[in-house]
Design a protein around this ligand. Structure first.
Ligand SMILES: Nc1nc2c(ncn2[C@@H]2O[C@H](COP(=O)(O)OP(=O)(O)O)[C@@H](O)[C@H]2O)c(=O)[nH]1
Ligand SMILES: [Mg+2]
Length: 383
C-alpha cells in the first residue's frame, strides 16, 4: 500500500487485507510504503501489524517501487490506502497469478464504480481517453490503464525495470508489460468512494497530462512517425503536381504558392520522421522505452557514412538548383524576375538543401545514440 497521509483510512485497508489473507489461507505480508506521512500513518501501520517501509523519494511511483523492493513474496499486489479499493478482492488476483498470469489488472470499468467514487471527468474523459490512447499506441486490450489495484508475479515485475516516480508509474507498468508480451489478465473490481475527508493527492490536469506525455514519449510511432509520414507524403504529392508548371482543375489554379506550402510539409514531415527514430533509439538505449528488435538492423543500415553521403548528395543537388536560379537571374541582369517561373527551382533547391542538412545532422545524432550499443557488440579495437 503506497501511503501518504492516510491516517483516516489506513487501518481499514490493513484490516481488510488481513481478513482476505486469513479467509483465503494465503501466506502473505502487508507492506505500507510510506512516503513521509506527517499525520501518524506510520504508527497506525505498525499498530495494525503491517510492515512499514519508509520511502524518502516522493511520488506514487517511488512509493510503490520502494514497497516492491522490500517485498519478499512470490507475488506482489498493490492497492491505494484510501479505502477506495476493496482488499477483500485481493485473492481473485492471486488466483489469476497462480493460473499463470504475469500481471493482473483490476478493472473498474468492467466491474462497478459506486456513486461518488469517481468524478465525472475521470469517468467519462480522463480514464477512457488515456486508456484508449494506451490501447491504440501499445496494442493491448487493458480496459482500465490506471486502476490502482493490481498484482504481478515478482520476476515479471523485476524484469520490467520500471523507473518513473509519479502517477505515470501506473501507465509505465502496463505499457512495458504489453510491449514485452507478458500475460496480462483482468479482474473486474468495485471502486468505492474513498474514506477520507481531504481531497485526493491526484490532481486531474497535472497527472492526466503526465500520463499522456508519458504515453506519447514512449510511442514516437504515433506522435512523430505517422504524422510525419502523412505530412511528407502530402507534401511530395502536392509538390509533384506543381513542380513543373501550374495545375488547373475547374476554376482553381495551384501554382508556386502551393509549391511553397508543399516544401513546408516536406520539411516538417522529414523532421518528424527522422526525429521519431532518434527518440526511439534513445528510449531503447536508456531502457525507458519498450525494446525494439528491429533497431539493430536499422542502426546497421543507417551508418554515419551513409547518412553523410545521402545528406551531402541532397544538399549539393539543392545548391545546384539554387545556382541555376542565380544563373537565370544573372541572365536578366539581376533585374526583376517572373516568380511563377524562377521560384520553382529556387523553392525545390532550398527544400533539398534543408532536407540534406537535416539528414547530415540526424546522422550525427543517430550515431551518437548508437555509440553505446556499438561498444557493447564486439570490440571496437578489432575493427
Ligand atoms: N499522489 C500521490 N499518492 C501517493 C504518494 N505517495 C503515496 N501515495 C498513495 O497513493 C495512493 C493513491 O493516491 P490518491 O490520492 O488516492 O490518488 P487517486 O486514487 O489516483 O486519485 C494513496 O494511497 C496515496 O496515499 C505521492 O507522493 N503522491
Ligand atoms: Mg484514491
Amino acid at each position: 500500500m503506497p501511503c501518504l497521509d492516510e491516517a483516516e483510512t489506513l487501518a481499514g485497508c490493513i484490516q481488510a487485507a488481513r481478513e482476505c489473507i486469513q479467509g483465503n489461507d494465503l501466506d502473505a505480508e502487508i507492506i505500507v510504503a510510506d512516503n513521509g506521512s506527517r499525520d501518524g500513518s506510520q504508527e497506525i501501520a505498525e499498530r495494525e501489524g503491517a510492515r512499514l517501509v519508509p520511502v524518502s523519494e516522493r511520488g506514487y511511483g517511488s512509493a510503490l517501487r520502494g514497497g516492491f523492493a522490500a517485498a519478499r513474496g512470490r507475488y506482489v499486489l498493490m492497492g491505494d490506502a484510501d479505502l477506495s479499493y476493496d482488499f477483500g478482492q485481493a485473492h481473485l488476483f492471486v488466483e489469476r497469478l497462480r493460473e499463470g498470469a504475469d500481471l493482473v489488472m483490476g478493472s473498474r470499468f468492467r466491474g462497478r464504480i459506486e456513486p461518488g467514487a469517481m468524478p465525472w471527468h475521470h469517468r467519462w474523459i480522463g480514464n477512457p481517453v488515456l486508456s484508449f490512447v494506451g490501447r491504440l499506441f501499445f496494442r493491448t486490450r487493458v480496459s482500465d490503464f490506471h486502476c490502482g489495484l493490481r498484482a504481478m508475479r515478482r520476476e515479471a515485475y523485476e524484469s520490467l525495470g520500471l523507473r518513473t516516480t509519479g502517477m505515470e508509474f501506473a501507465s509505465e507498468m502496463v505499457v512495458k508489460a504489453s510491449v514485452r508480451g507478458l500475460r496480462i489478465e483482468e479482474v473486474p473490481i468495485t471502486l468505492r468512494p474513498d474514506g477520507r475527508s481531504r481531497p485526493p493527492h491526484l490532481r486531474s490536469w497535472r497527472d492526466g497530462w503526465r500520463h499522456l506525455r508519458f504515453l506519447m514519449l514512449l510511442s514516437p510511432r504515433w506522435t512523430l512517425l505517422l504524422p510525419g509520414l502523412a505530412a511528407l507524403f502530402l507534401g511530395l504529392l502536392l509538390g509533384a503536381i506543381v513542380a513543373i508548371g501550374p495545375f488547373v482543375v475547374g476554376g482553381i489554379t495551384l501554382d508556386v504558392h502551393t509549391l511553397v506550402a508543399s516544401s513546408l510539409l516536406v520539411l516538417i514531415g522529414f523532421q518528424g520522421v527522422t526525429t521519431s527514430v532518434a527518440v526511439r533509439l534513445y528510449g531503447v538505449e536508456e531502457e525507458v522505452g519498450p525494446p525494439a528488435p528491429w533497431i539493430d538492423r536499422v542502426s546497421r543500415a543507417i551508418t554515419l557514412e551513409r547518412g553523410l553521403i545521402l545528406g551531402f548528395a541532397l544538399t549539393l543537388s539543392g545548391f545546384g538548383l539554387v545556382g541555376y536560379t542565380l544563373w537565370s537571374w544573372a541572365q536578366e541582369g539581376f533585374g526583376p524576375l517572373d516568380v511563377t517561373v524562377t521560384l520553382r527551382p529556387m523553392v525545390i533547391g532550398a527544400t533539398l538543401v534543408a532536407v540534406g542538412v537535416q539528414a547530415l545532422l540526424m546522422s550525427f545524432v543517430y550515431s551518437m545514440l548508437g555509440l553505446k550499443r556499438e561498444a557493447g557488440h564486439g570490440s571496437p579495437a578489432s575493427r
